[in-house]
Design a protein around this ligand. Structure first.
Ligand code: FMN
Length: 520
């Protein structure tokens, strides 16, 4: 034994390296059959796999230019990070964008901006920007709701996001006066930290389902009674990243906590089918909406990504003839995010936000229905200039998902589907979450929302208006290569927005439905 150890100790380090490489080469050629590249190019073939693995990070940090990356480029991410940290979010020297590029958006500024008087609510609070419409007002719901912020947190469930992330978002919306959409994973304790909540459910009816997975009205009524911070209900028809795609929640992911929140069995696979079992056609959906609104008193809306318009046409006709229907419609763009989706869906199914929203709004406008609906938009709209365009097109509020994630630390690693999110935002790993300080992150979310609102108000004033709801389609141009050819939004998308009734910011501030005040 001693002589063996003696012999081994005489082998120099570089001989050990050679032995190790020889073993790897032997394994590559003779023992493994999975990888042709490492079989044909033993040892050096491994570099290909290594580089492939770290390629995205190398490109993100070293190679990609400031405006190149998708879904969010470095300038966009940097603006969110700096705004959330209350750091200097300006850029020096001028824009680095090619403002002559095709499809570039220009907001037409007024010769003289809107003038703020000393007593104006925005002279007192530069970030005060509530929704100009009251959700549920037209349908005379018992508990109408005017969102106190035009920017809010979009649907993302506890399960796709970590407990610490959901808690940070909820505390953050509380600080910013915004609302927090639960996503389809049910109402968790992390959604109950002071912020207004929109309870959202999909075909799995998580949190409001019976033993067979069907919708339970009794459970929804109880949930609303027990949680007065739930201000509205959203029925998910589809989302931009994967419309019409069902899903399976694997039993292995169903912990005791998730089972309790979602009302499912521990350890058993749960199906979210592509279709709702509570209704199977448009008239039944309208009845379902009315049934929920009557039973809970809350405004009820639907969320969808847009493709074909036939069933939307049918919905509009029913709304016109019966006077019933959703109080709000959330239009998600095909560019929307997700915790996990097949690329074929994420890349190709459903229209980008601008096309989908303009098709839908134009159709509702032609039927004279736009005034009674609150339109919410989501799909990379969490930037003030883009939001101004969306307001010009007819939205009343913006929902943000990934922008909100970034404000609390997401680094766009794009591995939400692996449970290995390095920032702890989209993972259930206790270790990865442990770095999140919810008090700090909630302030970051709030700061991002407030900066967004402040800059959106400033752009609005530059265009001569008091509130972004006053933006008209003709206030925004889309570049088609020459100014003489550039077309305003109304000529590009062939409709004019219905003017939103608006008196003044003071009037919104005094509204009894602001943030659902009168229901508390
Ligand atoms: C991690 C994650 C989870 C999501 N979960 C849901 C969900 O449960 N229900 C839903 O309708 N949309 C869900 N979405 C879509 C978002 O609510 C939103 O519509 C979409 O990401 C577009 O907004 P964004 O561009 O600001 O991210 C999710 C998105 C992400 C990134």
């Amino acid at each position: 034994m001693e002589s063996i150890l003696d012999f081994l100790s005489q082998i120099s380090w570089w001989m050990w390296v050679l032995i190790a490489l020889a073993l790897v080469a032997f394994r590559d050629v003779f023992l493994q059959k999975k990888h042709t590249i490492s079989h044909n190019f033993p040892i050096i073939g491994h570099f290909r796999y290594m580089l492939e693995r770290i390629g995205p990070e190398l490109r993100q940090y070293l190679v990609a230019n400031n405006r190149e990356e998708l879904p969010f480029n470095r300038i966009e991410r940097g603006w969110i990070y700096a705004s959330a940290k209350h750091e200097n979010n300006y850029e020096g020297f001028g824009t680095d964008r090619d403002i002559y590029a095709h499809q570039h958006i220009f907001i037409n500024n007024a010769m003289m901006p809107y003038k703020l008087e000393n007593e104006h609510p925005n002279a007192i609070d530069k970030t005060f920007l509530p929704c100009a419409k009251v959700i549920g007002a037209y349908n005379k719901r018992k508990k109408p709701f005017r969102p106190a912020s035009v920017i809010n947190v979009s649907a993302m469930s506890f399960g796709s996001l970590s407990a610490k992330a959901v808690e940070s978002l909820n505390k953050g919306v509380h600080l910013a006066g915004a609302y927090h959409n639960t996503g389809e994973g049910g109402l968790s304790p992390y959604h109950c930290n002071g912020g207004d909540v929109i309870f959202h459910f999909g075909t799995g009816y998580f949190g409001v389902r019976d033993k067979n997975g069907n919708f339970s009205l009794a459970k929804l009524i109880k949930l609303v009674e027990d949680n007065p911070h739930v201000k509205a209900i959203e029925i998910k028809l589809s989302q931009g990243a994967k419309p019409g795609k069902g899903g399976v929640l694997p039993g292995s992911k169903i912990t005791e906590e998730i089972a309790k929140i979602r009302h499912v069995e521990i350890g058993k696979d749960v199906l979210s089918p592509p279709n709702h079992s509570a209704f199977s056609n448009v008239p039944e959906m309208v009845d379902f909406i009315e049934q929920i609104a009557d039973a809970t008193g809350l405004p009820v809306g639907i969320k969808a990504a847009i493709g074909k318009l036939e069933q939307w046409n049918e919905l509009a006709d029913i709304m016109k003839t019966t006077g019933k229907g959703p109080d709000f419609i959330t239009v998600d763009g095909g560019e929307g995010g997700t915790g996990a989706a097949p690329p074929s869906f994420a890349d190709h199914v459903s229209l980008p936000w601008v096309y989908g929203f303009s098709d839908l709004y134009r159709m509702f406008k032609e039927k004279g229905l736009t005034e009674r609906i609150v339109f919410i938009g989501s799909g990379k709209l969490g930037f003030p200039a883009k939001a101004a365009m969306a307001f010009a097109m007819g939205v009343d509020c913006i929902n943000v998902a990934r922008e909100a994630m970034m404000s609390i630390g997401c680094i766009q690693a794009q591995i939400c589907h692996t449970n290995r999110c390095p920032s702890g935002v989209a993972t259930q790993s206790k270790w990865l979450q442990s770095g999140i300080d919810t008090s700090l992150k909630s302030v970051r979310l709030a700061q991002y929302f407030k900066t967004f609102r402040k800059e959106l108000i400033e752009i609005t004033h530059a265009a001569g208006y008091e509130h972004p709801c006053q933006f008209k389609m003709s206030d925004v141009d889309v570049n088609v290569d020459d100014h003489n050819l550039s077309k305003e939004l109304d000529r590009t998308y062939m409709y004019n927005k219905t003017p939103v009734p608006f008196k003044s910011m003071q009037d919104l501030k005094d509204c009894i439905y602001l943030s659902g005040k009168s229901n508390n």
